[in-house]
Design a protein around this ligand. Structure first.
Ligand SMILES: Cc1cc2nc3c(=O)[nH]c(=O)nc-3n(C[C@H](O)[C@H](O)[C@H](O)COP(=O)(O)OP(=O)(O)OC[C@H]3O[C@@H](n4cnc5c(N)ncnc54)[C@H](O)[C@@H]3O)c2cc1C
Length: 411
């Protein structure tokens, strides 16, 4: 390949950092542009990992040891009285968004990562691509990577017809501190991956690294995700309305969620969940929620720009594969470029083909896993067979499985 090629990565979260590190590994000059003005590491959320993600990070040359997360060995389903009704051995590392961000961010030169820089426009010509930012500055490169998330500006500029579709439910989330657990509850549930399955809902909870990504006993965190049917036209706008009466669209900053909304969630937790788990919801300092969407891009290569990570596809989180998919996207992009030598168009065509196939399959699978929650929006008599709630053992086995264990992804 003649001369060093340059990539402009839009979005400096996990997808952007994965792309940036992978392209640097094949000798590209890479610059990352992130809209948020300062370090993102305070974004607090647990992340289920797969061996596929950890191996991808190792192939990048990163040090991945047991400190990457907290290992859980078993999954258990608890009924509303707190009694264990099913148990399954299934080892998995549960990590934290901030832990993986730190690993990737520290591996990338800080002078090539620019905070507070938001993409506004893109210009393309035969020789390459130019990114124009909201502050008026411009950067020219051979390739632009849109790793700017579900509301991607890159996608909005180049394929505005592609829009996320609301799935009919939200995920209530929270991160509690291990030290705050009463000893009896800690002994009963802390080290396992717990499921509570009220009718039409799904609650998952598990240990993750704690503050400062600490994985030492006593200092870990405890993450939960509670999927709840939420109507698009009345319920969701109400949840997203702050105390002044302003509706923030389909999401709201956690501190603006009204106290009565939080009180209602805690009361529902007491009524519907195992008491051990309801107690975690009660003790969590900051509850927040995210609406669940499906997003499928029919094209990932758009001239000299590509979509990657959540900008390209968003599968419902039941597959727990957002970060793994972004990592595999990034590796595929780097490999396609290497394999195609000087022919960038051929490389992007291959990336488009391979990652679209994977994305389509993963979306279909995640949709199936969440179908019974989505179906709560219609009367029971109108629900199809695949929209009925599966038995607990099926849910416990399939949530967050590795891609290699998913026949639909490997066939
Ligand atoms: C409830 C829930 C649970 C989940 N659980 C898991 C799990 O267990 N395991 C897992 O692997 N994944 C999970 N995910 C998915 C995972 O969080 C995402 O797939 C992953 O973070 C993808 O990140 P991304 O970098 O593509 O997008 P994002 O993290 O959204 O990053 C996009 C970045 O682009 C920046 N940006 C946006 N617009 C611009 C612009 N114009 N200019 C410059 N920068 C811009 C944003 O500020 C942001 O930093 C979960 C998601 C949800 C909602």
């Amino acid at each position: 390949m003649s001369g060093t090629r340059k990539a402009l990565v839009i979005g400096g979260s996990l997808g952007g950092l994965l792309a940036a590190n992978w392209l640097r590994q094949i000798g590209w000059d890479v610059a990352v542009f992130e809209r948020v003005p300062d370090d993102l590491a305070s974004r607090g959320a647990g992340i289920g990992t797969h061996e596929e993600l950890l191996n991808n990070l190792r192939r990048l040359g990163l040090r991945v040891d047991d400190s990457i997360g907290v290992q859980v060995g078993t999954r258990a389903c608890l009924d509303a009285s707190g009694r264990e009704i099913r148990r399954l051995d299934l080892p998995q590392f549960m990590s934290a968004w901030a832990r993986i961000y730190r690993l990737l961010k520290d591996a990338f030169p800080s002078d090539r990562y620019r905070f507070g820089t938001a993409l506004a426009r893109i210009e393309q010509d035969a020789g390459g691509v130019t990114a124009i930012f909201t502050d008026g500055s411009r950067e020219r490169g051979d390739l632009l990577i849109g790793a700017d998330g579900i509301r991607s500006t890159v996608r909005e500029l180049l394929a505005p017809e592609v829009q996320p579709r609301y799935a009919g439910y939200v995920a209530w989330r929270g991160l509690a501190d291990e030290w705050d657990f009463p000893p009896a509850v800690h002994a009963e549930i802390f080290d396992q991956y717990s499921f509570c399955l009220p009718e039409g809902e799904m609650m998952l909870s598990y240990p993750v690294p704690g503050r400062d990504n600490d994985t030492r006993p006593g200092r870990r965190g405890y993450n939960f995700i509670w999927y709840r049917p939420t109507g698009e036209h009345e319920e969701l706008p109400q949840l997203c309305t702050d105390a002044t009466g302003r509706c923030h669209g389909m999401s709201i900053a956690p501190p603006l969620i009204r106290p009565e909304v939080i009180a209602r969630i805690k009361a529902d937790a007491r009524a519907l969940l195992a008491p051990q788990v309801a107690g975690v919801v009660e003790r969590t300092p900051q509850l927040f929620f995210q609406a669940i969407f499906d997003l499928e891009s029919p094209r990932l290569a758009l001239g000299r720009a590509v979509l990657l990570g959540d900008a390209a596809f968003v599968a419902r989180p039941h597959v727990g594969m957002g970060v793994t998919k972004a990592a595999l996207d990034a590796e595929c992009l780097a490999q396609s470029i290497q394999a195609a030598g000087d022919d960038l168009d051929a490389a992007l065509a291959r990336y488009d083909r391979e990652r679209r196939l994977f994305g389509n399959r993963i979306i279909a699978r995640a949709r199936r896993l969440g179908a019974y929650i989505e179906a709560q929006q219609k009367p029971a008599a109108q629900r199809a067979a695949h929209e009925c709630q599966p038995p607990p053992e099926e849910i416990m086995r399939e949530i967050g499985s590795m891609a290699v264990d998913i026949h639909a992804l490997t066939a």
